[in-house]
Design a protein around this ligand. Structure first.
Ligand code: SD4
Length: 327
């Protein structure tokens, strides 16, 4: 099959793609090479903080903390490992892999996920950086509104929210995009979602993100949820999503895309269907879905932004950035 093996990921994150591709090629024929590729590819993004929205030091919540969501899914066994609201550990998708491999559970959250990571030997670290602290302070200065609880029980630590309804998570996501695009030109930067397929049609998907900026502590997005952030089934193919997770997770877009392909749709039709289901109800939605069939044929659909870049490696194209126009 000339289209396999392959690696594809959301946004212009070529470093992650290149590493995943190298791992996949090096370990050709090896067991679980697609898992290694996806986990280490996304880890690369966590480490280099792929423009601030993957890994530590980005998207501070209302209290200035960064928390991480990540998942990995095995399309052979339909096994999933995920962490959500992970605090104090930087290696979100590697911890998600341990949840997959060392537990019978699917998802661990918050401090429980941290405790598990520590038990597995991961290092704890602050996820706050001078940049994320400055981002948070700027937001606080602009958005502080005394709320009900502060009148009842003033707490100097919590001087904003929960919820200044002036900016919903949706508009925040769009505003963030507009702001950062303005700042750094064409560089897009958001959740990494990655699909790896080997020459034997073995599939893994993974995601990693620090979620939505200024979120209420405890908020979890679509990225660590199977069928929302990503979905894989060796019999059919896989999909990954990025965008306004608060909206997307109501529609399970990656599950929808895989099921559409199972029903005979092309990857392009499947990705479009997943996005259209959301847009039907939320005209302000912004996000994207990549769909890949088990043979490695792929397509992306997006909405709410001019275009959407993604990166592909296959025998025909090594770490190639592509862009699709949004509907
Ligand atoms: C979230 N889906 O937590 C993530 C954010 C994202 O591109 O994908 N940004 O809502």
């Amino acid at each position: 099959n000339p289209t396999l093996p392959m690696v594809i990921n959301t946004w212009k994150f070529p470093e992650a793609n290149a590493l995943a591709w190298r791992i996949l090629k090096q370990s050709e024929g090896g067991l679980r090479q697609t898992r290694n590729a996806v986990v280490e590819g996304c880890t690369k993004c966590e480490q280099i903080q792929c423009d601030g929205t993957v890994g530590y030091g980005g998207s501070p919540d209302e209290l200035g903390e960064t928390t991480l969501d990540a998942m990995v899914m095995d399309g052979a066994t339909m096994d999933v490992g995920a962490v959500a609201g992970l605090i104090g550990v930087r290696d979100a998708i590697r911890v998600a892999r341990y949840v997959l491999e060392r537990t019978t559970h699917t998802m661990l959250v918050g401090q429980g996920a941290t405790n598990f990571a520590v038990a597995m030997g991961f290092r704890t670290d602050s996820l706050v950086t001078p940049e994320s602290r400055a981002m948070w302070q700027q937001w606080k200065a602009q958005n502080c509104q005394p709320n009900f609880w502060q009148r009842v029980n003033p707490d100097p630590k919590i001087s904003c929210g929960p919820y200044a309804p002036k900016a919903t998570p949706l508009t925040r996501w769009k505003e963030d995009r507009a702001r950062t695009e303005y700042k750094i030109g064409q560089q897009h930067h958001d959740t990494i979602g990655m699909v790896a397929i080997d020459a034997n049609n073995q599939i893994h998907t993974g995601t990693s993100t620090n979620g939505a900026r200024n979120k209420i502590p405890g908020r979890v997005g679509d990225s660590p949820i199977a069928g929302a952030g990503s979905y894989a089934d060796n019999e059919v193919g896989a999909a990954v999503a990025t965008g306004d997770g608060d909206i997307m997770m109501r529609f399970l877009p990656t599950f929808v895309a895989v099921e559409a392909m199972r029903a005979g749709k092309t990857p392009a039709e499947a990705a479009a269907e997943a996005v259209k289901r959301i847009v039907k109800h939320y005209k302000d939605f912004a996000g994207a879905v990549i769909a890949v069939n088990r043979l490695g044929h792929y397509a992306a659909a997006c909405y709410g932004m001019p275009d959407f870049p993604f990166v592909v490696s296959s025998p025909a194209e090594a770490t190639t950035v592509k862009t699709v126009k949004c509907m």
